[in-house]
Design a protein around this ligand. Structure first.
Ligand code: FO1
Length: 313
């Protein structure tokens, strides 16, 4: 039996998890998900990464975007736009039900983790998905245009601003959600998913105690590089590596994870970096194809990542 905990952001992590639950019994998999991207939209609480992971694992995600629901329509958003309401964030008519449900439950005092558990059970998922914290945690992006709320930076302004700092509002007083510490303690393998290190993994680890906990389990932590051939598979990770003064490569990511992970999964395209990463970071580097182009590729990456962490052939 191998129990896996996955530190997860949005689309990249969701795809990785989709492979993982096909190579391990899903009950042995827990996704610990970033909530720094959460926001209030038209009075509703939106948790994009929780929904991206849940919808993907339920086979309901929109394959073109990697987020939102398949077969979505936007009549409500169009009507909201006519009324002069916020229309820059694409909340589809079907997706809206999730936000109504979640916001209603939150207003009744239920914690986000319990609501997430109920939503994922309704979706028929057997793996566990938990927000990293039930407390308010928000990524704030420092740019040349001033500080921006995460989705303002990411969606409204299309991640076009140069990022010079990041902070996680609420992190100081945030507590890990009820199952998070135990999940990490009991995991045989902790995977840092191929997510953005700054926008997805850092906010998770900003919850007091979690970074130290992961560091203390370093020998069973494996990180999958989200940078392949010097470019991010999706999103602004390369631009942020550059603007924050890091090497724009898998080596730059490996340096960020050196104290956290004992093993680093590197794409074949970057294999020439392997010995340098090993020398500089004392991580064991395992090279494999990491692009999750179809279900088979997702499963191979998940299986290879587990084997790398467990040091098996
Ligand atoms: N991403 C976009 O680029 N544009 C959108 O309008 C948008 C809407 C949206 C609605 C619900 C949801 O769960 C996710 C949504 N996303 C959208 C994705 C989201 O902003 C990001 O992918 C994550 O926050 C980053 O992990």
């Amino acid at each position: 039996m191998t129990r896996a905990a996955v530190l997860a952001g949005g689309v990249g992590a969701a795809r990785f998890l989709d492979g993982l639950v096909r190579v391990l019994p899903p009950e042995d998999v827990t996704a610990i998900v970033n909530v720094g991207d959460d926001m209030e939209w038209a009075g509703l609480h939106i948790s994009p990464d929780l929904d991206t992971v849940s919808y993907t694992l339920a086979g309901l995600v929109n394959p073109e975007t990697g987020w939102g629901l398949i077969g979505e329509s936007r009549r409500t958003l169009d009507r909201l736009s006519q009324l002069g309401g916020p229309d820059w964030f694409m909340i589809g008519d079907l997706d809206l039900a999730t936000h109504l449900y979640r916001t209603h439950r939150l207003s009744q005092g239920d914690p986000l983790s319990a609501i997430t558990g109920d939503l994922t059970a309704r979706l028929g998922l057997q793996c566990a998905i938990t927000p990293v914290t039930d407390d308010r945690l928000r990524t704030v992006v420092g740019t040349d245009s001033g500080e921006l709320a995460f989705q303002d930076y990411f969606v409204r302004r299309r991640a076009a601003d140069r990022v010079h700092s990041l902070r996680f509002d609420g992190a100081d007083s945030a507590r890990p959600a009820p199952t998070v510490v135990k999940t990490l303690e009991q995991a045989d393998v902790i995977v840092i998913a191929p997510s953005n290190p700054f926008l997805s993994i850092d906010p998770l680890l900003s919850v007091p105690g979690l970074r130290d906990l992961v560091v203390s389990y370093r020998s069973r932590v494996v990180a999958v590089s989200p940078i392949v051939g010097g470019a991010a598979v999706k999103g602004p990770a390369a631009e942020i590596l550059q603007s924050l003064g890091h090497d724009v490569s898998a080596l730059g990511v490996a340096r960020l994870y050196a104290d956290l992970a004992g093993v680093f999964v590197l794409d074949e395209a970057d294999k020439l970096l392997a010995s340098r990463i090993e020398g500089e970071t004392q991580m064991r580097v395992v090279v494999m194809p990491t692009l999750m182009t179809d279900v088979g590729a997702k499963m191979s990456l998940a299986e290879g990542t587990l084997k790398a962490a467990l040091n098996a052939d």
